[in-house]
Design a protein around this ligand. Structure first.
Ligand code: AMP
Ligand code: ZN
Length: 459
């Protein structure tokens, strides 16, 4: 079965054909670590995780690279304004390096809370300054950049294909440029290297052939992607806001440095919105996984909520729709929990599942398919379980990890005793099983055996 993906570059759903057979190289733009990731950002990482898992389902060995932007991302996309890291430092009184560490750790916790697989490689911009300087040198050698008083800029007029990804109307943009483009030659030109301000000691700055300063945001991605995946790799992802600027600029840099388009497929996740406004770090409601936990939501319910929509449509967040997702997930878990292990996946459902997910990651149809399966009396319960186990390798809801609330409320020691007792029973070690039941009773719990698993009730 072929895997088909919508490629923003060609604006077509295309069959995925990897560069190397059996392998898939995937680069996803990661977080700017100056604040927590909001659940809008996390929607993009959930989509990318589903993509990775789908590639794995199709037997590709995936090399998944995510960068950590810890320098160079300016508050304004027009290459001026403060560096987000230095602004975060001013906001909190911590150093830019401390800020980067705090929010990188928070990001890792987010990935775990949402069952997002850890990328194969996570690379920080500040650990790759020489690679970025080298890339800028190559652009300079091609005569595709120039110096202004505040930095080295890419001359987008030197790349005839500049902006194709976004179908940018370059002339219209140039004519309509109302903002002062300063010393920039073209409105779409962007910084490759910014000089440190004359009378200011920046926390993050490096020497370079052009003067002390720091790299622009776009060069880190093309330089690190090429380092870890090669100058042309399979798939590059990000949120849809990256199409007109960040990814267009990465492609221009790759044209200059490597003579490639950097990636063969460009995939973009659409936005999570609140009240018809995109959720952003500066506007709208700023919700994080910690907000969800504080309001007694399991972050995985948010994952379920995201999977209900196609990644190429914007979704509107509301607490009502999150509540519906919570209810649906809990009904799905209960159905799953009532089934025994030991079945085999239904062929009919497996092939439908693969057809849906390989059709540009249709997660909502896949979820609908699970509900169809739950209601289907012609499939044996244990086979339902085996089928859903397979589907869940892509959806990542971790249904098999779920423990009913009654057991969750019991202390960890009680759950551990009950788990050991279950093992003893399956080993037919009745004496040990009975002894563990007594110990549980002494702790104040009655263990009730279920079809598969147990429940712990307070005595
Ligand atoms: P940032 O940390 O701002 O660099 O963004 C991290 C990722 O989140 C990028 O891929 C963005 O395109 C994406 N993103 C930003 N805002 C949203 C949103 N409201 N919904 C979905 N994705 C978003
Ligand atoms: Zn990037």
């Amino acid at each position: 079965m072929t895997l088909n993906l919508f490629d923003t570059y060609t604006r077509e759903v295309r069959e995925f054909v990897p560069i190397n057979q059996g392998e898939a190289s995937l680069y996803c733009c990661g977080p700017t670590v100056y604040n927590y990731a909001h659940i809008g950002n996390l929607r993009t990482y959930i989509f990318e995780d589903v993509l990775r898992r789908t590639l794995e389902l199709n037997d590709y060995q995936v090399k998944h690279v995510v960068n950590i932007t810890d320098v160079g991302h300016l508050v304004s996309d027009a290459d001026d304004g403060e560096d987000k890291m230095e602004a975060g430092s001013a906001r909190t009184g911590k150093t830019a390096w401390e800020i980067a560490q705090i929010y990188t750790d928070a990001f890792m916790a987010d990935l775990e809370r949402l069952n997002i697989k850890t990328p194969t490689i996570m690379c920080k911009a500040t650990d790759h300054i020489p690679e970025q300087i080298e890339a800028i040198r190559q652009i300079e050698a091609k005569g595709m950049c120039y110096r202004t008083s505040d930095g080295i800029y890419f001359d987008t007029s030197k790349d005839p294909e500049y902006g194709y990804l976004a179908r940018l109307d370059k002339e219209g943009l140039q004519q309509g440029a109302r903002v002062d483009q300063g010393e920039k030659r073209n409105v779409t030109d962007f910084a490759l290297w910014k000089f440190s301000p004359e009378n200011e000691q920046r926390q993050m700055e490096w020497d370079s052939p052009w003067g002390k300063g720091f790299p622009g945001w776009h060069i880190e991605c093309s330089a690190m992607a090429a380092k870890y995946l090669g100058p042309l790799f399979d798939i590059h992802c990000g949120g849809k806001d990256h199409i007109p600027i960040h990814h267009s600029n990465e492609i221009a840099q790759a044209h200059a440095c490597y003579g490639t388009n950097l990636s063969n497929y460009w995939l973009h996740g659409y936005f999570l919105q609140t009240d018809n406004e995109k959720m952003s770090k500066s506007s709208g409601e700023f919700l994080t996984t910690t907000t969800l936990i504080e309001k007694n939501y399991e972050p995985v319910s948010y994952r379920y909520f995201c999977l209900l929509a196609h990644y190429r449509s914007d979704i509107l967040f509301s607490w009502e729709s999150l509540n519906s997702a919570v209810k649906a997930l809990s009904r799905m878990r209960e159905a799953y929990f009532s089934w025994n292990k030991g079945g085999v996946a239904s062929e009919a459902y497996t092939s439908k599942f693969k057809a849906y997910i390989n059709d540009d990651l249709n997660t909502s149809r896949t979820i609908a398919l699970i509900w169809e399966l739950i209601k289907d009396d012609n499939v044996a319960d244990e086979d339902k379980r085996a089928t859903v186990d397979l589907i869940d390798t892509v959806l990542g809801l971790e249904l098999s990890e779920w423990v009913p609330a009654t057991a969750q409320q019991a202390p960890a020691e009680a759950v551990e005793l009950a788990t050991r007792r279950q093992q003893a029973r399956s080993d037919k070690n009745w004496a040990v099983a009975d002894q563990l039941r007594d110990e549980l009773n002494e702790m104040g719990f009655e263990v009730v055996d279920k079809q598969d698993g147990f429940e712990l009730n307070k005595l």
